[in-house]
Write a protein that binds this ligand. Structure first.
Ligand code: PBG
Length: 337
């Protein structure tokens, strides 16, 4: 049939037929979200006896070890598949080399042990592998005599970090520092101590983004300046594919694009280029924008959240790190183990 109007005809196809009812739209949906798609990033603060709110991320806190345990159990019960832990040491523990990050008694290692005790292997326990939370200058690596981030000296620190995190029992390490060679060095360091089963989630394309702003408050960052000499320039896509090839060559088990929303094209390209699982990180600024607009009554919060997550899945992410993980998983209908 041809469609007819007084102004003329059009080919008879009517895509609107498949949008007529909620049941019809549900049936033909190409992308579905499942609790297992979601990973919860969580912060734990040394010395905290109760959770400390993060002003720029309403609803997100710096946990005490106790409340982190509860958050992990809650995430598992909701059907979330993993938790990514970030440590926030006491200020006095920060130093130029970030030694609190490699201290077996450091906050992140304590948190990993606590969460493992609570959830065992039922939740994939992941740790941020980076020095920025632990250095007094706030950079992701150690500095050379001229104050520049020293790539190779940093790799030695990362190797040690990987080993203490693995000893604490983590299933996956997430090196987020964007040093060249980090995946390979970490793989070797893990294998050397018999931790062949600990996986590496490579931050393959991590861009230098303005949307990390609220995270800097979340981890009480000491950084002045920026991370442009090691994180990628948001102008570049081909460079991500180069980073991707290197990470795979070095032994990455999973790869990630970050931030998610501003980099959906990068995510799509990465997803179509690889045969390992692909993750995307919906970062603090993406969270804060929606929460802030919703608070002002300018946007429908829950719908906006689902739309962003659906877009990230559609672009090709198997897993999504999002601060809304537990809430969204609960709304999607709970545990599916
Ligand atoms: C650095 C790190 C950052 C985030 C995760 N790991 C911040 C940065 O690179 O400045 C950001 C996460 C977020 O914004 O939600 N180790």
């Amino acid at each position: 049939m041809v469609g007819m109007t007084v102004y003329g005809s059009f080919p008879g196809a009517r895509p609107r037929r498949l949008r007529t009812t909620p049941a019809m739209r549900r049936m033909v949906a190409e992308t579905r979200l499942d609790p297992a798609d979601l990973i919860l990033p969580a912060f734990v603060r040394e010395g905290a006896s109760e959770p400390v709110p993060i002003a720029a991320m309403p609803g997100v806190v710096q946990h005490s070890v106790d409340t982190l345990r509860k958050a992990a159990v809650e995430a598992r019960e909701a059907g979330v598949s993993g938790i990514m832990l970030f440590g926030v040491p006491e200020d006095a523990r920060k130093d130029a080399a970030g030694t609190a990050g490699t201290d077996p008694g450091g906050i992140l290692q304590v948190a990993v042990r606590a969460v493992k005790e609570e959830v065992g292997d039922e939740l994939v326990v992941m740790s941020d592998l980076c020095l920025d939370e632990y250095t007094d200058h706030g950079h992701c690596g150690v500095l050379d005599a001229d104050g520049r981030v020293d790539n190779d000296a940093t790799l030695e620190r990362y190797a040690e970090m990987a080993q203490v995190q693995a000893d604490a029992g983590v299933h996956v390490v997430g090196p987020s520092g964007m040093m060249d060679g980090q995946v390979g060095v970490i793989r070797d360091a893990l294998d050397t101590i018999g931790k062949e089963d600990v996986s590496i989630l490579a931050y393959t394309a991590k861009y230098s983004s303005a949307f990390y702003g609220p995270f800097r408050e979340a981890v009480a960052s000491s950084l002045r300046g920026d991370r442009k000499t090691y994180q990628q320039d948001p102008a570049n896509l081909r460079e991500s594919l180069r980073e991707l090839a290197l990470d795979l060559q070095e032994g990455a088990d999973m790869v990630m694009v970050k931030p998610a929303g501003p980099c959906l094209d990068v995510l799509a390209r990465v997803a179509e280029s690889v045969d390992v699982p692909v993750a995307a990180y919906q970062i603090s600024g993406e969270y804060a924008m929606i929460e802030a607009a919703a608070e002002k009554g300018w946007i429908e919060r829950d719908k906006a959240i689902l739309e962003t997550l659906t877009g990230i899945r559609r672009a090709g992410a198997r897993m999504i790190l999002t601060y809304w993980a537990t809430e969204v998983a609960q709304k999607l209908g709970g545990a599916r183990l």
